[in-house]
Each structure stands twice: as C-alpha cells, then as structure tokens.
Design a protein around this ligand. Structure first.
Ligand code: DD3
Length: 334
C-alpha cells in the first residue's frame, strides 16, 4: 500500500501495438522469438486470483488476475497459457549431442528424462485479455453444460430478444475488416461488401506448423448474426468463402481442401458471421456435434430449403450460469 501510485503504465502502449497488428505471427515461420518485440504487458503488476480452467490434455491454463498496484482500482485480466506443438524443423535443435537431458528413471530398455529445451524452443503461447470484463472471466470458467433444443419459436421468443438486449463488443472484428488491426496478417480478401470476406489466422494459431491450422473467414457483410440468419440469399457469399478460402489456404500453407474442416459455430462466440477453417487432424476446440455445422452442409441445406435455418430446431450447449440458459428455464424450455 506504500507506493500507491496508480501504475497506468501496466500496459502503456498496448492499444497502439494492437493497432499496428499484434499477435504471434512474425510470419517468417522461423520460430525466432528473438526477432519479435517484447511485450508491453507488465507481468510484474499481475496478481493471480483464480485458475478458471485447465486442461492437462491440451496443455492449457486459463487464469484470472488483477493488474495494478492494489489501489482499489485494479483491473481484471484473463491470461491464457498454452504449450505449443513440436515442429519437425526444430527437432534437431532438441535432439543433438548438446541436449541437456536429465535422467529420471531407467528400467530395462526403457528410460524417462527431462529434456531442458533451449529457450527459443520453449515458448508458451500467451493470450491476454485486458482489461477483461466479468463476461470474459465467466466465459472461461469451467462449468456444467446443458443442451438446449432451440426451436424456431424459441429463437424468436427467447434467443433473439436476449441477443438484442446484450451488448457484445465486436470491435476487434470491425478492426480487422477496416484494417485497423492485424492488417499485415490477412491471408486473402474478397473486398465485395455483400459477398466478400477477409481470411485471417485465428489468434489461437501461431502459424508455425499446419498440424493445428486455424484460420477464420470474416464476412464483410454486417448484420448477419449467426447461422440462424442465413437464407438462400447468402449462398453466393457462403460459396465464395468456401471456394476462395480453400484456394487461399492451399496457396499459402499447401494444405489441400480435403485436409480442412470448414464450419460455423452455433451458438457462435461472436455475433458477426464467420467461418472456421481447421486442420482435419486437429481436434480444435468447438468441433463437437452440438456446435459445429459444416459449411458444405449449410450450403446444401440452404439449396434444398431457402429458410432451412429459420425453421430447423438447432441444438447447442450452454454453461450453467449462462444468462441465456436462465431465459430458457424461465420459459419452461429446459
Ligand atoms: C476472443 C473470439 C475472440 C477473448 C478471446 C478471444 N482471431 C479474437 C480479438 C482478435 C481474435 C481471433 C474474444 C479477439 Cl481470448 C475474447 O477472438 C482476434 N484476432 N480469434 C484473431 N485473428
């Protein structure tokens, strides 16, 4: 409490840095952490509050903390840590005569070790949400899930009014579309405001290996909130996203369309139309049957029935404390 000088400098230039195109991709795929600028996010003022969620399988942890000098006006931050996949190109740097390999146990022909990797190969992918809202913190909290079968009427009477009443900020989406952020990361653009889109690596992906490829297509067109809003009118846009997205990913990453899983989420995590492209061998988050809708099937359904997604019951899972789940309960739909 002694030096209670508000440290506004916790992250003095983050905004500017973001606007210049933040993110992991130095794009050269060399894995050279040394060439990217150091973060302005000062972990010195970060105090761990709670582990929101962790996965031993995914090698991730989501933590909530406070940033500030404990003057009562600290702000919340969510930090996501993730160990990154191995890459063939860097294996020789791990497995060579200079390797710092320490024996743990030996039994017959079997032994286990600790390999202390050179720091350049030891990076932890770190995503920072700061300042984080209550919603961000809740979003990552491990919770019980409940399945909802949302009929057309449910959407009209419960979900749509709920979405209307919420103010989800999607400024980051507009920043990408208007080239105010991440402009240097754009893989492909079809600029048409009606049928066009921007193809960009999702920031979950570090672009260093295609095993966990994760790219998103963000529609230029505004006002299409989700799958529910799609009609046959949107077919040209969806077909453009499918074809040009596949082509651009093949050109840039040499991954053919037969190795891509291309889908929409329902419910999405942000209500501006976007399509996910992930490596088919990668068990990406959000590929469960109750959330992922293959773009090719979406296109087929709309060709068979122009109002398929206005009529069809759609199933999705919600977390126990999701306010939308509460609404479904109140309406006796659970
Ligand atoms: C998001 C879904 C959204 C927290 C977190 C992530 N890809 C993004 C901002 C810029 C991006 C994304 C919202 C937010 Cl951890 C709240 O994701 C993004 N830029 N998925 C890219 N390229």
């Amino acid at each position: 409490m002694a030096e209670c000088v508000r440290d506004n400098a916790a992250m003095p230039e983050l905004k500017k840095h973001k606007a210049n195109g933040s993110g992991d991709g130095d794009g050269d795929g060399d894995g050279g952490a040394a060439e990217t600028p150091p973060s302005r996010f000062n972990l010195g003022s970060f105090r761990l509050e709670k582990i929101l969620r962790g996965s031993a399988r995914d090698k991730t942890v989501f933590v909530h903390g406070k940033v500030g000098e404990d003057c009562g006006d600290d702000q919340d931050a969510v930090i996501i840590l993730e160990k990154t996949p191995f890459r063939e190109e860097t294996l020789p740097q791990l497995l060579n005569k200079n390797a710092d390999l320490r024996l743990q146990m030996q039994n017959d022909i079997y032994s286990t070790h600790h390999l202390h990797a050179p720091s350049a190969l030891n990076e932890i992918k770190t995503t920072v949400v700061y300042p984080a809202t209550e919603k961000h913190i809740k979003k990552y909290l491990q919770q019980e899930m409940y399945l909802i079968n949302e009929t057309a009427d449910d959407y009209k009477n419960i979900t749509a009014p709920y979405l209307q009443s919420q103010s989800f900020s999607i400024q980051w989406v507009y920043n990408i579309l208007e080239k105010k952020a991440e402009a240097d990361r754009i893989i492909h653009e079809h600029p048409d405001p009606k049928n066009g889109f921007i193809l960009i690596p999702d920031f979950k992906w570090n672009q260093k290996q295609v095993d966990d490829l994760y790219v998103i297509a963000i529609a230029h067109r505004r006002g299409v909130k989700s799958l529910r809003d799609l009609t046959a009118e949107h077919l040209p846009m969806l077909q453009t996203i499918l074809q040009e997205g596949q082509m651009a990913i093949f050109k840039r990453y040499n991954v053919p369309k037969s190795r891509l899983r291309i889908y929409l989420h329902y419910q999405p995590s942000y209500y501006h139309l976007h399509v996910h492209f992930t490596a088919v061998g990668y068990d990406a988050p959000g590929t469960m049957v109750e959330r992922a809708h293959l773009l090719s099937s979406v296109i087929d359904n709309l060709q068979l029935e122009p109002e398929y997604y206005q009529k069809q019951t759609l199933t999705f899972a919600l977390k126990a404390d999701d306010p939308l789940l509460q609404k479904f309960k109140e309406e006796g739909r659970l």
